[in-house]
Design a protein around this ligand. Structure first.
Ligand code: ADP
Length: 177
């Protein structure tokens, strides 16, 4: 176990050439909008079929599990369910858990590279600066065998925020304390 290389990428997560891409799914695990919709569209019906087979009762908030990557360049999709900030789920530990659990699942799969979206930062409306901080802080603090960890931002402003946060050393967080 060691610390992986953590990089910011601007683009569409569905085109990433990595062993596993992470999907910001929902508890029902039957597809949705945002990055979830993009991954199911690009990966084809094999992903939904695997979701139904492997997650008959869905997945809990903060947890992670894997499915095939279907037609994606990635071999696997690591499905996570972020907390729905807009819906009142504001426990930051659940957001951190998504990143930590996804790396645990990646280790089970012996994945060497993984690409994350900014979990909960879209429809679920987690405040962007804190969503970036939770991603970077947790990914830096979690021991893993994965060598190449990417945070993929879909727009230039968010990408800049991730780059700026990566350039900073760890700082004590004051929020939620
Ligand atoms: P959530 O419901 O967890 O908030 P969303 O899919 O709505 O998930 O958004 C999560 C983040 O993923 C947002 O920052 C959104 O801009 C981004 N996103 C949406 N589509 C893509 C994509 N194809 N590739 C990378 N990031 C994406």
């Amino acid at each position: 176990m060691s610390t992986p290389t953590l990089t910011a990428v601007l683009g569409d997560i569905t085109t990433q050439r990595v062993d596993a891409v992470v999907n910001a799914a929902n508890t029902a695990m039957r597809g949705g909008g945002g990055v979830d919709g993009a991954i199911h569209r690009a990966g084809g019906p094999a992903i939904l079929a695997d979701c139904i087979r492997r997650f008959p009762h869905g997945l809990a908030t903060g947890d992670a599990g894997w499915t095939t990557g279907g037609d994606l360049p990635a071999r696997w999709v690591i499905q996570v369910v972020g907390p729905n900030y807009a819906g009142g789920q504001r426990d930051r530990a659940l957001l951190a858990s998504c990143y930590r659990r996804a790396l645990e699942v990646a280790d089970e799969l012996h994945a060497a590279s993984i690409a994350f979206p900014l979990i909960s930062a879209g429809v679920y409306a987690w405040p962007k600066t804190d969503a970036v901080d939770a991603a970077v802080t947790t990914l830096r603090a979690t021991p893993t065998h994965v060598r190449d960890v990417r945070i993929v931002a879909f727009d230039a402003a968010t990408h800049r925020m991730v780059e700026d946060r990566l350039a900073r050393k760890e700082q004590p967080r004051t929020m939620d304390r």
